[in-house]
Design a protein around this ligand. Structure first.
Ligand SMILES: CC(C)(COP(=O)(O)OP(=O)(O)OC[C@H]1O[C@@H](n2cnc3c(N)ncnc32)[C@H](O)[C@@H]1OP(=O)(O)O)[C@@H](O)C(=O)NCCC(=O)NCCS
Length: 172
């Protein structure tokens, strides 16, 4: 049976040398820049391994949705209690995300996003209401299927997902 593993990549943890997502910047981030990001506490990178081979990675950081980021900020606050208090809303940002070029279009990207959504509402240590992504143009069709969106005319668009929709607290 296939073995899936989810691994936190620290500064000194080896990266799978055969990983290739077909995008030089993202490959460089996986092999090199992710180490500096980890060292400086700026982002944490995780590998998704299938039978010992990295088929995807993503990096996450703390973030927030601020009024200057979006034109419709009041919509974001609409369902919050005491909403006038919130000058920003806590979020987690997916900074980098890539699937190995040989494993694309097989549902792994969707599975990993679904995993991240549940992961951040399960026993979360800090308040985190949204997932946000600065989506590259070529990845827009993918995110449009998996995450809500905004800023339709910008080359890099802020995409977001409200974690309240998957929070177990909804059902209590
Ligand atoms: C974007 C990416 C992470 C998607 O991962 P994936 O495993 O290929 O996605 P999935 O197989 O789960 O696809 C989900 C849906 O999105 C669609 N999709 C995925 N990538 C797409 C693309 N580049 N263009 C159009 N549609 C795409 C799939 O066809 C599928 O649609 P369906 O459910 O109707 O069949 C992957 O293509 C990738 O690593 N791209 C290069 C790096 C990149 O752009 N990263 C994002 C940086 S913001």
């Amino acid at each position: 049976m296939d073995e899936l593993q989810f691994i936190r990549l620290g500064v000194d943890d080896p990266r799978d040398e055969e990983f290739d997502c077909g995008n030089n910047d993202l490959n460089e981030f996986f092999f090199e820049d992710s180490k500096g990001n980890s060292r400086e506490l700026l982002a944490v990178t995780y590998a998704w391994n299938l039978n010992g081979k990295t088929i995807a990675f993503f990096s996450v950081s703390n973030d927030a949705i601020k009024s200057q980021d979006v034109e419709n900020y009041n919509q974001f606050k609409k369902f919050l209690p005491h909403r006038k208090r919130y000058k920003s809303i806590p979020a987690v940002k997916i900074g980098r995300f890539a699937v190995h070029k040989d494993f694309r279009q097989s549902g792994y990207g969707t599975k990993i996003l679904d995993f991240i959504k549940i992961w951040f509402v399960t026993n979360n240590k800090t308040g985190c209401r949204f997932i946000v992504v600065d989506a590259l143009a070529e990845a827009l069709p993918f995110y449009e299927k998996n995450i809500n969106n905004d800023d339709k005319n910008k080359p890099i668009r802020l995409m977001y997902f409200d974690l309240k929709f998957v929070s177990p607290v909804n059902y209590k």
